[in-house]
Design a protein around this ligand. Structure first.
Ligand SMILES: C[S@@+](CC[C@H](N)C(=O)[O-])C[C@H]1O[C@@H](n2cnc3c(N)ncnc32)[C@H](O)[C@@H]1O
Length: 305
């Protein structure tokens, strides 16, 4: 947890220099390299995180703290996001999620001692994000960090941010309009349980754009603006999955990396997020090969500025 200026220690108000000294000593004791400018991890904690396959860890649908996130058709797991946040930021830094949904990124930020800013078009999800912070994060984490949800279209909301004010961007955007697909098995289950199957009917919802190339262009606008508000050499992690459209396989992760290379974001690596918990369906059987897509990609980019 970040030590604030004038932090009270054993009843005495500390000067900033003393606080720095305490932080440095604590870091030394933990074995954090004195030149580590990226995160608060020791070598032992850092190195395993660079292995390019992670297994997705969720709470499980029945967990009491999974009930709010369940209202959203495509949340990501806050525990996976926590790993990214602790790798790509130091305590007290600021993280942006331009498609924050029900606030998984903000929950992770609060629990990891980082400040979070999320943008969400659908006011209902924004409200659920606030509710989640209230119900799922102990108050001491909320009081020592700042978590903010902005309701709006990321394409315009980002215009109000100062250049370079963000330390790390992590997000999962709409995957084009795949939530509109009728035949999806998981969708049938959500319908049966009275849960949302798409984000909204709002024409500004990027998940409602019909043409794939236009969708990519609009997404590039959002990420281009994210790169302006991201600090120089700052990192961005985008969690996406590839998908099928009719008989075609769409390499969404590769298209994202391509469009962003033209917007000053260099591809640094891809981590595969293995979704071991997903059910296997007999797609294509017994006529054709149709994959059960049981992984996502974490596309990791760096501001070239
Ligand atoms: C894949 S979901 C993100 C889920 C989020 N990671 C979570 O765990 O809740 C994408 C989100 O983008 C939102 N969205 C779609 N178009 C948007 C836009 N133009 N500006 C901001 N948010 C938008 C959708 O409402 C949806 O909640």
């Amino acid at each position: 947890m970040e030590l604030q200026k004038n932090h009270k220690n054993n009843g005495t108000w500390l000067e900033e220099e003393m606080i720095e000294e305490i932080v440095e000593t604590a870091e030394e004791e933990r074995g954090i390299h004195p030149n580590n400018s990226l995160n608060d991890l020791t070598a032992k904690e850092w190195i395993p995180e660079t292995v390019s396959v992670w297994t997705q860890k969720g709470l499980g649908a029945k967990h009491p703290e999974a009930q709010i996130e369940r209202q959203h058709p495509a949340p990501f797991s806050f525990t996976d996001v926590s790993r990214l946040i602790t790798f790509f930021t130091k305590s007290g830094q600021t993280v942006l999620d331009p498609f924050v949904g029900v606030g998984s990124t903000l929950k992770a930020c609060a629990l990891e001692g980082r400040n979070g800013i999320g943008i969400e078009l659908n006011p209902y999800y924004a409200q659920l994000a606030e509710e989640r912070l209230e119900k799922e994060v102990p108050p001491m984490f909320i009081h020592t960090t700042s978590q903010r949800v902005i309701v709006g279209d990321a394409r315009t909301a980002l215009n109000d941010f100062e250049e370079g004010c963000i330390d790390f961007v992590v997000t999962s955007p709409p995957y084009w309009n795949i939530l509109h697909k009728k035949d999806h098995k998981a969708k049938q289950e959500r319908i049966a349980n009275g849960l949302d199957t798409q984000y909204s009917d709002d024409p500004n919802d990027l998940g409602n754009i019909i043409d794939y190339d236009q969708f990519l262009e609009e997404l590039a606008i959002v990420f281009g603006k994210c790169s302006t508000v991201l600090k120089p050499r700052g990192y961005m992690a985008i969690i996406v999955s590839d998908f099928r459209h009719k008989s075609k396989y769409i390499m969404f992760h590769a298209h994202i990396a391509d469009i962003l290379s033209e917007r000053g974001l260099d591809l640094k690596g891809i981590t595969i997020l293995y979704q071991r918990h997903k059910r296997v369906f007999p797609y294509g059987y017994p006529y054709a090969y149709v994959p059960n897509i049981h992984h996502q990609y974490i596309v990791i980019l760096q501001n070239s500025k």
